[in-house]
Write a protein that binds this ligand. Structure first.
Ligand SMILES: [Zn+2]
Length: 398
């Protein structure tokens, strides 16, 4: 600024009429250019706001749209979410080995649910050490990030291996999540510890103990899940889930009614009023259970591709999604196991739901806001989700 003033002072005292006129023209032109630039900037900003306000009500039916759409993932199993690329990296690019694992892991067509559980074993073999487990967590989170996921709750069942006990397994996953948070600062990432229906009370209690210890040390674990073989009742684990919620402050989600033959612990699990229910695929086929669930104020985690690939129904349009949406039950769109089921990324799951059930942007916004409301981070720990809420409101990743 000072220099400009000096320059003005140094102008010749006796400027001819013609020079003055030329100088004034030059200044006027420069002012006009500056104003035009600012006017354009303001106009662009106004256009952007107007666009956001009059965003089309109908959702474009193309995947590219959903890749850029802000998304929430509440139901993703770590060991079911490994991509062929991640598997290749874990086996240090031994392509023959990677190919063999992928062929035993990834489905090409729907199969009976009982056979799907064997698929997890193919990757559990290579996730038996902390290094591989770390790569699996970090790469999987990266893929969710690249797919436009803003909030992710990853879940995993702690395992004992030759190099890890339950505590080391939980610590390794938590550390990898903390590492991934630094790589993807725009995302909120948390962990749910899963219990398996076939676990004994003692093993589940041991896992809960280490969950509590690590939970106290890091702000990563937010919930406990009940999963595994849906034919088995899990009465022995009800107390563990109760303690997890009551004394550890963890969110509770449970895989319920995944098969047409519903195990006899289902009423008890629903009476616990879990915060969320995984699948609940056949709840609506039983009047009593439908009533109990309808009154439970739980959110339903719906995984459409998973249900099709495990032959729960033969087409996305037969999903229970519409039944519960019509009754106002909060729903989250989730992937379950994007590594095992083909074309089951989070974008693809949003796309399928929008396409089959003709969802509007208002519907998608409600689904996302419900998912955020029922997220365990929102419920049990103090974390600021306002930035994610803003992106959902504006339908943007930016
Ligand atoms: Zn699941």
């Amino acid at each position: 600024m000072g220099n400009k003033k000096n320059k003005k002072k140094q102008q010749p005292q006796e400027e001819s009429q013609a020079d003055r006129s030329r100088r004034q023209q030059r200044e006027a032109k420069r002012n006009a250019e500056e104003h035009e630039f600012l006017d354009n900037e303001i106009a662009a900003e106004q256009m952007k706001r107007a666009d956001a306000a009059t965003f089309p009500l109908n959702v474009p039916k193309d995947l590219a749209f959903f890749k850029k759409y802000p998304k929430i993932e509440l139901h993703a199993h770590l060991t079911g979410s490994l991509s062929p690329k991640t598997i290749s990296e874990i086996v240090e690019h031994d392509e023959e080995k990677a190919k063999n694992i992928v062929s035993r892991y990834r489905l090409t067509e729907p199969i009976d649910m009982d056979k799907v559980f064997h698929r997890f074993k193919a990757v559990e073999e290579i996730l038996d050490n902390p290094d591989s487990l770390r790569i699996a967590v970090i790469r999987t989170i990266r893929e969710f990030s690249e797919d436009g996921c803003l909030y992710l709750e990853l879940r995993t069942t702690p395992k004992k291996t030759a190099t890890m006990d339950y505590e080391k397994y939980i610590r390794t996953v938590c550390r990898a999540i903390i590492e991934a948070r630094m790589l993807h600062p725009h995302m909120k990432i948390f962990l749910i510890i899963s219990l398996n229906r076939n676990m004994t009370f003692d093993i589940a209690t041991e896992i809960l103990h280490y969950t509590g210890v690590v939970q106290q040390e890091s702000n990563v674990i937010v919930g406990m899940d009940l999963g595994g073989d849906p034919k088995l009742s899990a009465f022995q684990l009800l107390d563990v889930l109760y303690i997890a919620r009551r004394f550890h402050g963890l969110g509770i989600t449970a895989h319920i009614a995944e098969k047409r033959t519903i195990p006899n612990d289902t009423t008890d699990l629903l009476m616990m009023k879990p915060d969320r229910v995984g699948h609940g695929t056949f709840l609506h086929t039983n009047d009593h259970l439908a009533q109990v669930f309808g009154r439970s104020n739980s959110l339903l985690e719906v995984c459409i591709s998973s249900n099709v690939y495990t032959k729960s129904y033969n087409h996305p349009r037969r999903s229970h999604f519409a039944f519960w949406k019509k009754r106002g039950v909060p729903i989250a769109i989730c992937t379950d196991d994007k590594g095992i089921f083909p074309n089951a990324s989070l974008s693809e799951e949003y796309y399928k739901a929008a396409d089959e059930f003709n969802l509007s942007l208002e519907d998608l916004k409600k689904i996302n806001l419900d998912a955020l409301k029922y997220s365990f981070a929102n419920k049990y720990i103090a974390t600021d989700l306002s930035e994610i809420r803003r992106k959902i409101e504006m339908h943007t990743l930016e």
